[in-house]
Design a protein around this ligand. Structure first.
Ligand SMILES: NC(=O)c1ccc[n+]([C@@H]2O[C@H](COP(=O)([O-])OP(=O)(O)OC[C@H]3O[C@@H](n4cnc5c(N)ncnc54)[C@H](OP(=O)(O)O)[C@@H]3O)[C@@H](O)[C@H]2O)c1
Length: 252
């Protein structure tokens, strides 16, 4: 029997929001599995964050702000013209903020939706055009447990991530005949620069841990491992799935 095929050699992967946190580790891990990675960053300074730890594969920075639909489309088209194809898209760019529902402003709502939902959809559309035409693609969306269950003070974030999960299912159906799979990962709290301030508060951390049966928050490596599976040829029968990566939070 052949071992499962997790080798990404010869494949091109685009990771959005790859300058730090989960996205950076996903980019480095896909490169370690052999992919040529286009690391979507908003700022050339992010190059410094790859300089110390380039990984064994190839990581190339691509300037990308997912709120800019035209700019994203142009950057994707230019990358496909130059490299021939994009096999893997990881929609990781996202904003996270807590609000009391009664205090949410229109600006709060629009800012988060512009990145987490609108940006994700139009980035996916830009890349999927090429994947559908070519007949192969792996799209992995970073959702959240907050899109699966209610979490207080997460109204806008939860709505955006629930939307990501819904889009995952619809797009999986639309592109299933074209060899393009679309899946999502729904992580619990992951320790990153975006969450460090909250998780470094002992009372906050204790509350989070009381809800995670496996007894720890996640690491960027936990998320990257799941991305590698869903991005690989080995996951060829998986589409429209939302994989909880939550230590059991949503199993209760
Ligand atoms: N950490 C968690 O506990 C957790 C749990 C569940 C899901 N998630 C999801 O996982 C993803 C990554 O989270 P994280 O904790 O690694 O976040 P993070 O440390 O705050 O990093 C977010 C990344 O997204 C980028 N970004 C923000 N706005 C963007 C835009 N308009 N266009 C392109 N990139 C943009 C940021 O770029 P700049 O550096 O340029 O700002 C940054 O690289 C998000 O979708 C988040 O919702 C995180």
């Amino acid at each position: 029997m052949e071992p499962p095929d997790f080798d990404l050699a010869g494949q091109v992967a685009l990771v959005t929001g790859a300058g730090r946190g989960i996205g950076r580790d996903i980019a480095l891990t896909l490169a370690a599995c052999g992919a040529h990675v286009l690391a979507g960053v908003r700022d050339r300074d992010a190059a410094d964050r790859f300089a110390d730890d380039p990984g064994p594969g190839h990581v190339e920075l691509l300037l990308l702000d997912v709120r800019d639909v035209e700019g994203t489309r142009a950057a994707v088209d230019a990358a496909v013209s130059r490299l021939g194809h994009i096999d893997i898209l990881v929609n990781n760019a996202g904003l996270g903020a807590n609000h009391d529902a009664l205090a949410v402003t229109e600006a709060d709502w629009d800012e988060m939706m512009a990145v987490n939902l609108r940006g994700l959809f139009f980035t996916t559309q830009a890349v999927a055009r090429h994947m559908v035409e070519r007949g192969y693609g792996r799209i992995v969306n970073i959702g959240s447990q907050a899109g699966l269950v209610g979490i207080r003070r997460h109204a806008v974030y939860s709505a955006s991530k629930g939307g990501v999960h819904a889009l995952t299912r619809v797009l999986a159906l639309e592109w299933s005949a074209s060899g393009v799979t679309v899946n999502a990962i729904a992580p619990t709290w992951i320790y990153t620069p975006g969450t460090a301030e909250r998780l470094d508060d002992p009372a906050f951390l204790a509350d989070v841990l009381s809800r995670i049966p496996l007894g720890r928050v996640g690491t960027t490596a936990d998320v990257a491992a799941a991305v590698v599976y869903l991005a690989s040829r080995a996951a060829g029968l998986v589409t429209g799935a939302v994989l909880p990566l939550d230590g059991g939070w949503t199993a209760q």
